[in-house]
Design a protein. Structure first.
Length: 397
């Protein structure tokens, strides 16, 4: 067992969500001090975390919720801040006497996570990244700032955590290919005709992972896997054509790295996000998972299968690969359009099969933003894509 100061202290951005609460589980299990927590409106959950972890800071991005929280925790020493400027203030002023410093786990949902990712790197903290949109929307900006500040990004997505671990088997220049595994989602093997009649309930019934509604829909359309291709390109410095998606229904191999000698290194474990969270929070050490996760029983798994994804029936995976090849603000357009369209599907305003149609049309109309690279221009492209997607959905209604 390592001494407590072998692990950095922790700030959890989006601490009441699925990944955020799993980060709290890991902190609880290993005695990692939590210096800050954030949420949007869930004051009851944040209050409970404050009373358990006694953080220095808590931030509610909703102003009314922040006012409510201040009253709830007036008897504590936790400083309550509001808005995204509150997150920036927390990250820039938080202190620790831990020689390992602070890890910021960013599990904020959607494009909103980009600014906190940049704030984290600017403040000089190590980043455990669960917000994939940071790299999808602003990957060029994030990786440029990462290089400039010398900070470390530890991926929390199961696939990228797996790749990160497999990368330790060789040097970056020895990597031939990244094999990105996909469960295939609930509609693996479906035809376009079958997809025309699937329901919201069927879409949200993921065969392996328990996730939020939006990411579960993205898994069903293979959009999530497309986002993960974009993430991998930025995180690991590979070309899009060197990332291959493979459908692996058992979800026991979380991804693989192939080296120039054709050796393939795979990472396997039970499908439990706490493994990825723990690895990021305790890296470079491997800490015991006993009592937190179950070991993988290979005899129960029995067999492992692999198949090519069907990009004809699920075109958003190919669209994402095209978007990262075009570069600039095109991936931001892809993400923004998808957020709006998926929200419309969850509100039952459009059918499942119309998700890819709408997103594809918005991206096709906005390919000109491939030479937009600044933060302001990316945010402008994001806004224009959202407007375009809303207008398109309005015409379909």
């Amino acid at each position: 067992m390592y001494h407590i100061n072998s692990y950095p202290d922790l700030i959890i951005l989006g601490s009441t969500g699925s990944v955020g609460t799993q980060a709290a589980d890991v902190a609880r299990g290993h005695g990692i001090p939590v210096r800050g927590v954030t949420a949007h409106r869930d004051t009851a959950a944040i209050e409970a975390q404050i009373r358990e972890f006694h953080p220095d800071f808590a931030v509610m991005t909703d102003e009314t919720a922040a006012t409510d929280l201040k009253i709830r925790v007036a008897d504590t020493n936790t400083k309550v801040l509001s808005g995204f400027e509150g997150i920036r203030e927390m990250l820039s002023t938080v202190k620790t006497d831990n020689p390992m410093g602070i890890t910021v786990e960013n599990s904020i949902l959607g494009e909103a996570g980009l600014a906190p990712t940049l704030y984290t790197l600017e403040a000089g903290h190590r980043l455990a990244l669960a917000n994939k949109e940071s790299l999808v929307v602003g990957g060029e900006l994030v990786m440029s700032l990462c290089r400039a500040t010398g900070q470390e990004i530890l991926p929390v997505d199961s696939e990228h955590c797996a790749i990160f671990q497999c990368m330790r088997a060789g040097r970056p220049e020895e990597v031939r290919k990244i094999w990105l595994t996909a469960s295939g989602g609930p509609f693996y093997g479906y035809t376009k005709e079958q997809l025309a009649s699937v329901t919201k309930a069927q879409t949200l019934a993921h065969p392996t992972w328990k996730m939020g509604a939006k990411i579960t829909v993205d898994s069903a359309t293979l959009m999530n896997k497309g986002f993960e291709v974009i993430e991998a390109v930025h995180l690991f410095g590979v070309d899009p054509e060197n990332v291959t998606v493979v459908v692996h229904r058992e979800s026991m191999i979380h991804s693989m790295v192939e080296y120039t000698d054709y050796s393939i290194i795979a990472q396997m474990s039970v499908p439990d996000m706490r493994h990825c969270v723990q690895y990021a929070l305790t890296h470079p050490y491997r800490s015991s998972a006993e009592g937190v996760m179950q070991p993988l029983d290979l005899f129960s798994v029995g067999q492992l299968t692999f198949a090519r994804p069907d990009t004809e029936t699920f075109p958003l995976l190919r669209l994402a690969m095209d978007a990262i090849s075009l570069g600039g603000a095109v991936p931001a357009v892809l993400n923004a359009a998808n957020e709006i369209v998926v929200a419309a599907f969850l509100a039952e305003k459009i059918r499942f099969c119309e998700i890819s149609e709408c997103v594809s049309r918005v991206v096709e109309d906005m390919k000109c933003v491939s030479d937009w690279h600044s933060y302001d221009s990316i945010m402008e492209a994001d806004n224009l894509a959202r407007q375009s997607a809303r207008a398109l959905i309005g015409h379909m209604a």
